[in-house]
Design a protein around this ligand. Structure first.
Ligand SMILES: Nc1ncnc2c1ncn2[C@@H]1O[C@H](COP(=O)(O)OP(=O)(O)O)[C@@H](O)[C@H]1O
Ligand SMILES: [Mg+2]
Length: 577
């Protein structure tokens, strides 16, 4: 690599690293956003849903009740109108008896007069007849002339009227002599101890039209049945006159309500006759209000949910976005710090390593001198190919050694994104201390003892980063020891963590120092030797995987640095940073 390329490469690597970790952070925060939003929406939405379902049910039953009541009210009011209508017809008829010159043998024109009179009150009247005590219709006016002189004494309504106390009777609809559906209103009067009857027949069609007008605009259709369920007045779409309907109202009740498959039914018994007025309402019409209310409440709930959801998502985005920006900033700073410290370590290491490279270089140069001499006949040395090969292999060994050293240097200078791989900590420690470090310690009269816990599980870690942590701690331990001493490294397996202890017999620290050693740029070392970054970078790396570094130290007798790698949350370790 050319010298001037170096800064470019670093900034390139910086950009790559920071964009990679930005991706990871944004992924992590996206997950946080989703969970937070979902949780909050659930917290608000669930009670809202429960409450709205409760109100929905309540509203349903209230509206159903009101449907029932309103249908009952319609049937009652129609029944009253019809009762009134029938009463009026009875009064029309009864008033004929009180004509000033009532003739007990009425002449034809008198009967025609009566009919005209009745028709003035209502056009439902078809004809009118006067029946003498023997049951013979002695007077008649109307379209069925042949009814004049007919004997009615054996007709049901006639016998009932004579037998009863009430002075009028309203018959069911029947076909009678004329073979056309009609019904009779008959009134009686005792004159000189004898029963005289004034009777009229009415057209049920008019009655039907009358009912139709009553039901207009109410989404109902009404019919009248007798106590056997036979239609007296009915819409042709619903049934046939004088046929039996599919609903027989209870006679024991004055009015009532029924829910059928096709619709709702309310009935009321008339007071004037043995008929019940039935009001039918199709379900679609009955539930019109219900459906409308349901629609409105559903739309309202959806709207509320939409507003709440939008508000939650907006708030969560705002809060989490802020936190994310901060985390990204922190991460950026940490990466910069790690890199700065690495570069510093390279500088430190370069001095330490210079003579390590000089050593193989010296070997190479002296060996090549020896070969030259061997080939010089003046010295008369053994220059057999075997001998020369032996010397050349010495050179090879020295070259490999130098290559190994430069490789380690390069690996330290790189600032990598953490790439998590299953890692055996024993192996990492071995790799960190073997080679240069081992020799260095030996040269400095420092005894290195390592005790490995057997068969420790692998943890997902970035080996480069962890190597840097160990190297920082070992360097510090080494720096703390002046003269002969010892560094003891121990790995231990606990149930939830793997512990690495790095103990030295160095100068130790005061409590005041211990409180500051993790601060960036805190150093007690001379300028050019210490940067004060090693521990702050190491603690950053450990915290990013959920681990810790603990310190125990006694001034004058040494320190123990305890590095804790959590086991339980290997996922956390992967997701950390
Ligand atoms: N093992 C140790 N024994 C005594 N002091 C230590 C030890 N490790 C760290 N320290 C103290 O902590 C300081 C900060 O260490 P570090 O962050 O690695 O920076 P640096 O090594 O560049 O000074 C050191 O300067 C030293 O005073
Ligand atoms: Mg250090």
């Amino acid at each position: 690599m050319k010298k001037q390329d170096y800064p470019d490469k670093i900034s390139e690597a910086n950009q790559r690293d920071s964009s990679g970790s930005k991706d990871r952070i944004s992924k992590q925060f996206r997950r946080l956003r989703i969970w937070l939003s979902a949780g909050l929406i659930l917290c608000f939405g669930l009670p809202l849903l429960v409450l709205s379902s409760y109100f929905h049910i309540q509203l349903n039953s209230t509206l159903k009740n009101s449907e029932k009541l309103s249908l009952l009210a319609i049937s009652e009011s129609q029944k009253n109108t019809i009762d009134l209508y029938l009463q009026e017809r009875v009064v029309n008829l009864l008033s004929l008896f009180h004509y000033r010159e009532l003739n007990l043998k009425p002449a034809r024109h008198e009967m025609v007069n009566y009919l005209e009179n009745l028709r003035q009150s209502s056009d439902s009247f078809i004809d009118v007849g006067f029946i003498n005590p023997e049951g013979i219709q002695t007077g008649y006016a109307g379209p069925f002339e042949y009814l004049q002189g007919k004997d009615y004494s054996s007709e049901v309504w006639h016998r009932n009227l004579i037998g009863q106390e009430k002075n009028y009777i309203i018959s069911d609809i029947y076909l009678g002599f004329r073979n056309k559906p009609h019904f009779t209103i008959a009134t009686k009067q005792v004159i000189d101890g004898e029963f005289y009857i004034m009777r009229a027949t009415l057209d049920p069609d008019k009655f039907y039209l009358f009912l139709r007008v009553l039901s207009l605009g109410k989404n109902v259709d009404s019919s009248i049945v007798n106590d056997k369920g036979v239609y007296q007045v009915v819409d042709p779409g619903r049934g046939k006159l004088l046929s039996k309907g599919d609903f027989i109202p209870l006679r024991s009740k004055e009015s009532g309500f029924h829910e059928m498959d096709k619709g709702l039914i309310a009935f009321s018994w008339l007071t004037e006759t043995n008929w019940a007025l039935i009001v039918h309402q199709p379900l679609s019409a009955a539930h019109l209000q219900l459906l409308k209310a349901r629609k409105i409440s559903t739309i309202a709930i959806l709207a509320i949910m939409l507003v709440v959801t939008t508000a939650i998502i907006y708030a969560v985005n705002k809060i989490v976005g802020k936190a994310q920006a901060e985390a990204e900033k922190r991460q950026e700073m940490r990466l910069q710090l790690i890199h700065a410290s690495k570069l510093a370590s390279v500088g430190e290491l370069a001095t330490g390593v210079a003579h390590e490279i000089n050593n193989p270089l010296a070997i190479i140069s002296s060996t090549s001198g020896v070969i030259k001499d061997m080939l010089d006949p003046q010295f008369n040395l053994d220059s057999s190919p075997d001998k020369i090969l032996e010397k050349l292999s010495n050179i090879d060994t020295a070259v490999f050694r130098a290559k190994g050293i430069t490789k380690q240097l390069l690996s330290l200078g790189r600032k990598n994104e953490p790439s998590l791989v299953p890692t055996n900590l024993n192996k990492i420690i071995k790799e960190t201390v073997s080679g240069v470090k081992e020799n260095e310690l030996l040269l400095n009269n420092i005894d290195l003892k390592i005790t490995y816990a057997p068969d420790i599980p692998e943890i997902a870690l970035d080996p480069d980063q962890i190597r840097q942590v160990f190297l920082n701690l070992i360097n510090n331990a080494q720096d703390a020891i002046s003269g002969p001493g010892a560094i003891t490294i121990t790995t231990k397996e606990r149930q939830d963590a793997i512990i690495v202890e790095i103990q030295d017999t160095g100068e130790g620290m005061t409590t005041g120092q211990i409180g500051q050693i993790f601060n960036p740029f805190f150093t007690t070392k001379e300028v050019g030797k210490g940067t004060g970054l090693g521990l702050s970078v190491s603690i950053g790396i450990m915290e990013s995987i959920g681990g810790t570094i603990d310190v125990q130290s006694i001034k004058g007798s040494g320190s123990i640095f305890t590095v804790v790698f959590p086991l339980n949350d290997s996922k956390g370790a992967i997701n950390a940073q």
